[in-house]
Design a protein around this ligand. Structure first.
Ligand SMILES: C[S@@+](CC[C@H](N)C(=O)[O-])C[C@H]1O[C@@H](n2cnc3c(N)ncnc32)[C@H](O)[C@@H]1O
Length: 215
């Protein structure tokens, strides 16, 4: 079996109904234990995942970083679209989510790590990447301190090439200040078909990109 076929089979095999049910239960359990960290009692809806990720330039993405993968709603979609030689580094502070991802997704491109988005630069470099092409953030920014919000976005942008982008889905709009400080262009849409409905962000043109060419 080719690498691509094996990857595809691994990703699809793990997105079945049993997986979804155990994912829902795991999500609700973590939310009850740490509501401010998890931010929502439900994983993201398939329609929101599709809307935020459907138009990405997948062929140009080598390193994709996900903050707060939870039970993997976005992770699985991204793995179905990323190149066979790409890498998806997923960081979550909740160890049970990382254990669940490692146990349920069979894909050599996935690097699932327990850690904070605040340490993005060190973690990404330790994983062997020098640059980020796309960050997808599921962090509940409104529960973070202002300092942490700014640091997470600034540190991410500083590791991007000039074509890098930062995507986020948020119930509130606390992320907008940090995004406009670090990126030249921001698109925002509202997605109703999620529990709760969310603002969807795509920020482009990092102001101080890693390759120093400007955005
Ligand atoms: C709203 S949930 C999103 C879960 C999943 N991506 C989804 O869409 O269903 C937020 C996630 O961010 C994680 N998280 C919170 N603070 C974090 C931090 N500083 N670094 C990394 N992950 C964090 C939580 O553990 C949780 O998995």
């Amino acid at each position: 079996m080719s690498d691509v076929a094996r990857i595809d089979q691994g990703v699809r095999r793990n997105a079945g109904p049993a997986e979804k049910t155990s994912g829902l239960a795991a999500f609700a359990t973590r939310f009850l234990k740490a509501p401010g960290v998890v931010g929502s009692p439900f994983p993201s809806s398939a329609s929101m995942v599709h809307r935020l990720l459907r138009n990405l330039p997948w062929q140009e993405i080598e390193t994709f970083v996900e903050f707060g993968p939870g039970t993997g709603a976005f992770t699985r979609y991204a793995l179905q679209h990323l190149r066979p030689d790409a890498r998806l580094i997923a960081l979550d502070t909740e160890k049970p989510f990382i254990d669940l991802l490692r146990a349920s997704i069979v894909d050599p491109r996935l690097v699932a790590l327990e850690g904070s988005a605040l340490d993005v630069a060190d973690i990404v470099r330790a994983a062997g990447a020098s640059r980020i092409d796309c960050v997808l953030s599921g962090l509940p920014f409104s529960t973070l301190s202002e300092t942490d919000r700014a640091l997470i976005v600034r540190r991410s942008a500083a590791m991007m090439s000039k074509t890098g982008m930062f995507l986020a889905y948020q119930v509130r709009r606390a992320i907008e200040g940090p995004l406009s400080e670090s990126f030249a262009r921001i698109e925002r849409h509202y997605h109703l078909w999620n529990m709760p409905p969310c603002h969807l962000y795509r920020a482009m043109g990092p102001r101080s990109p890693a390759d120093g060419l400007g955005g």
